[in-house]
Design a protein around this ligand. Structure first.
Ligand SMILES: Nc1ncnc2c1ncn2[C@@H]1O[C@H](COP(=O)(O)OP(=O)(O)OP(=O)(O)O)[C@@H](O)[C@H]1O
Ligand SMILES: [Mg+2]
Length: 203
């Protein structure tokens, strides 16, 4: 099973990684936690570049998919083949949300890259942590120093959020919207409701 976590910066994705891992391990499943951009040695180097160095929006998109190509080859496919549950903090929905919604690249460009890099692989389940960018930015401001994406203005994040919500409509069977404005406990309750239902049909 391949699960991805998505949402604007500060929506609360990473806050639930350990909880999600435990949810599966306590049910006897092996879990592989990973993230994008990154997840491999090359991917983490590309992450450093793309999060901190100014570049053309298309360069940014290409780097995201280059890192993803390596991630799929080295981590995602082998783990899935071994029967593990793979949980990735971001995946291709983020490219559509940030590089198309946020930066304005045509979706068709990203669809070409998606088709090139993983035509035959999609997450089984995606949690979209949805939250007003203003609140997300407030949460982040006390948490850590901002990267290139987190330094963008609110309208950038509003476009990212809108693009995510459009994808959730387009892929409604896969993408489940989680109300990220609620407390951590209430977010977990939403996650477990979706997971309980998903496991009934998958395993
Ligand atoms: N439901 C919540 N209520 C209040 N604060 C929260 C909630 N979820 C997360 N936070 C806090 O908000 C901040 C951002 O959360 P987190 O790092 O999980 O977001 P993220 O989606 O992983 O962000 P990024 O995309 O930048 O990695 C953290 O300080 C976290 O403690
Ligand atoms: Mg995070």
């Amino acid at each position: 099973m391949f699960i991805t976590l998505e949402g604007v910066d500060g929506a609360g994705k990473s806050s639930h990684l350990n909880w999600l891992e435990t949810w599966f391990t306590s049910r006897g499943r092996q879990v592989r936690m990973t993230r994008e951009p990154g997840g491999t040695a090359i991917g983490e180097q590309l992450r450093e570049m793309v999060l901190h160095q100014p570049m053309h929006a298309e360069t940014e998109a290409l780097i995201m998919f280059a890192a993803r190509r390596e991630h799929i080859e080295q981590v995602i496919r082998p783990a899935l083949a071994a029967g593990e549950v793979v949980i990735s903090d971001r995946f291709t929905d983020a490219s559509f949300a940030y590089q198309s919604g946020g930066r304005g690249l045509p979706e068709a460009r990203l669809a070409v890259l998606e088709d090139w890099v993983h035509a035959d692989l999609q997450p089984d389940l995606t949690f979209l942590f949805d939250l007003a960018p203003e609140i997300a930015a407030q949460r982040l401001s006390s948490a850590r120093a901002p990267d290139r994406f987190e330094r963008e203005q609110t309208d950038f994040h509003a476009r990212v959020r809108a693009a995510y919500l459009r994808r959730a409509e387009q892929f409604s069977a896969r993408i489940r919207i989680i109300d990220g404005s609620r407390s951590i406990d209430q977010v977990r309750l939403q996650l477990s409701t979706v997971l309980d239902a998903a496991m009934e049909t998958k395993v």
